[in-house]
Design a protein around this ligand. Structure first.
Ligand code: DX5
Ligand code: ZN
Length: 215
């Protein structure tokens, strides 16, 4: 299981030391960019994301919860994240956008809100490297996992077939539902509260170990 902790749930003022704690224990760091328009919350944008990139050796897993991704996506190209994911609900030009991301040598991801059917991304499957299934409505960390995501993960796995596409799942994942998420077919897990709950370095290490024991 690839683990991508969401820093939205971390101490954003003392992030540098938190990044040092998680660096040896996880595969990615998940950056939740929220514009206060596509989702009600405003988090941070490309400037903070660049600072994170300069403060860690972890590959960046950028999740753009923004309107007009055609304008926002290119702002992240020079930061060179590993994955750059936009929402299918926010654009009518997903194939073109995914192609632009790939041209930069960055993995192109597309995300779906809980109410969005898989059929909306079927035409994009040959142009993307990652699908991010939301298991909460985006906008906040610490929400409850929506079990409808499980069927969606297994249907997506079938739909992907032999293509090399990572299935990432995001929202409300913790030790009580993680095994269901991975058995449904998830390759990569985002966890905010389940990783950063407690706040101290010792607690964060314990939280990650507890997730690893299951996944
Ligand atoms: C929700 C974000 C998630 C969130 C995850 O809008 O996209 O990445 O921060 O946090 P938890 O694991 O607490 O739901
Ligand atoms: Zn996210």
């Amino acid at each position: 299981m690839l683990l991508s902790p969401s820093i939205l749930a971390a101490d954003l003022i003392d992030l540098k030391s938190t990044l040092k704690v998680i660096e040896p224990l996880v595969e990615f760091v998940h950056i939740d960019v929220m514009d206060g328009h596509f989702v009600p919350t405003l988090s941070f944008g490309e400037i903070y994301t660049r600072s994170v990139a300069q403060s860690t050796s972890l590959p960046l897993d950028v999740h753009l919860m923004v309107s007009r991704p055609e304008i926002e996506v290119p702002k992240y190209f020079d930061i060179k994240p590993a994955n750059l994911t936009f929402h299918v609900e926010a654009t009518n030009f997903g194939v073109r956008l995914a192609n632009q991301i790939r041209e930069q040598g960055i993995k192109a991801g597309v995300s779906l809100n809980p109410q969005t059917p898989l059929a909306t991304i079927e035409h994009m499957l040959d142009h993307i490297d990652l699908v991010l299934i939301m298991s909460v409505e985006p906008g906040f960390y610490g929400q409850s996992f929506l079990p409808l995501a499980l069927d969606k993960i297994s249907s997506l796995k079938k739909m992907i077939g032999k293509r090399q596409i990572t299935i990432e799942v995001d929202g409300g994942i913790n030790t009580s539902n993680l095994s269901q998420v991975t058995s449904a077919g998830a390759d990569m897990i985002v966890a905010g509260s389940a990783v950063f709950r407690g706040g101290t370095a010792e607690q964060i290490k314990k939280n990650i170990a507890a997730l690893r024991e299951i996944g």
